[in-house]
Design a protein around this ligand. Sequence first.
Ligand code: NI
Length: 153
Amino acid sequence: MALRNIVVEGAPILRKSCRPVDEVNDRIQMILDDMVDTMRDAMGVGLAAPQIGIMRRMFVAEPEPGEVYYFVNPEIISLEGEQESTEGCLSVPGMQGKVMRPEKIVIKGLDREGNEQQYTFEGFHAIVMCHEFDHLEGVLYIDKADEVYRIEE
Ligand code: NI
């Protein structure tokens, strides 16, 4: 297990578009595993590579305990409906905000083994995936939020 440092808002690296992963090799798998460890240690439900300073298109998510998803070179291929979510981000500590997100998405990409996968997600799962996907484009939830407020930590 290896924990990586989480980059916080204000760092230019969080505002850049990430490059695709060329190949899911041992190094990429090690980074993905470190991302899961780092996400869990920080009690998050998702973590994108730029949040640990790696400008590649990949993220991990655990919307329910024990239900871990790995997405390498993800693409959201359809969006449907709308829902309001209350979000926080490990890169924006101590804050929350209300954001509109699609109710349902179809997302595809490679998994941890480099195999093609495609999922349809609704509700909270869709929120988490959209939030993490945005990180790969240098977008933070605070850019989309109507209101952002401080919470007790
Ligand atoms: Ni985030």
